[in-house]
Design a protein. Structure first.
Length: 271
């Protein structure tokens, strides 16, 4: 019989388990702290990673590297993932968390509204109470179905995050939803700036994920509506499909775009 060993932990990280009163589920929050955290009193931007099952290791490897190269300031990374029991179907639960009823291919009991409420009322307060986090510099990252949820969050609670990084965000599905659910984004009073970074792989071909035509349609709609305070940039990765390289490029380039210069609040916009 194989020896049972304790779970390994990433360097400079802390693990927290949160039971959500909203969704009635447990979440593991892996918090990756910057190198200077213990020796300073300053507050840090926080990158909230969806799909932590896939993105925690990526962020652990790349976030510090970006800072060491002088590309970004230090940030806290809070990686969110479901605690899934052995008899549960992770992929099904993931779609329930990130999608909404009526969207093609979504479970009929999908409940992105509940997960968004848990994110706003439970996960963000947990991180911002326990750590020196700057609530004015929240960044939300999602890819594929969690990219869909990232845009869903932008539509539902536009000011909850400062920056939204959405890679291959199932644009075939979000487009029809976006067209009839953008009132919160259109009618923000005295809108504070929000940045949106959108990406797609040049080899995406749809199948209820993202297609080139739906991605361009979303960009055209964003530009035509001229949403108050919203600043946009998009990237197409010509040789990538719906896979891991697009996930990494979205994180790397998106984080660099959040902080185009180390000591400036100036941000890039779409030409």
């Amino acid at each position: 019989m194989a020896e049972t060993l304790p779970r390994a932990q990433l360097p400079k990280s802390e693990e927290r388990i949160l039971y959500s009163q909203v969704t009635r589920r447990n979440y593991r929050i892996d918090v990756l702290l910057p190198g200077s955290y213990a020796s300073t009193e300053k507050n840090y931007p926080v990158v909230y990673l969806l799909d932590g099952e896939f993105t925690t290791g990526l962020a652990s490897s790349l976030t510090g590297l970006l800072h060491s190269l002088g590309t970004t300031p230090e940030v806290i990374v809070a990686s969110i993932q479901l605690v899934v029991e052995p008899n549960e179907d992770f992929w099904y639960l993931r779609e329930i968390e990130f999608k909404v009823p009526g969207v093609p291919d979504a479970p009929p009991n999908s409940q992105a509204n509940l997960f968004l409420s848990a994110l706003e009322k439970e996960i963000l307060p947990l991180v911002e109470t326990a750590y020196r986090a700057n609530p004015a510099e929240r960044i939300l990252y999602g890819y594929s179905s969690s990219g869909f949820f990232t845009l869903y969050t932008l539509l539902g609670l536009p000011g909850l995050f400062r920056t939204y990084l959405a890679g291959c965000p199932d644009t075939d599905l979000i487009n029809p939803y976006w067209k009839v659910n953008d009132q919160n984004l259109l009618s923000r009073p005295n809108p504070a700036p929000i940045d949106l970074f959108l990406t797609i792989g040049g080899m995406e071909n749809g199948r209820y994920q993202s297609s080139q035509s739906s991605f361009q349609e979303l960009l055209a709609n964003l530009q035509a509506k001229n949403y108050p305070g919203l600043r946009l940039v998009s990237e197409v990765y010509p040789h990538e499909d719906h896979g891991a390289m697009g996930m990494a490029l979205t994180y790397l380039n998106g984080l660099c775009w959040c902080f185009p210069t180390f000591n400036s609040t100036e941000r890039r916009t779409l030409d």
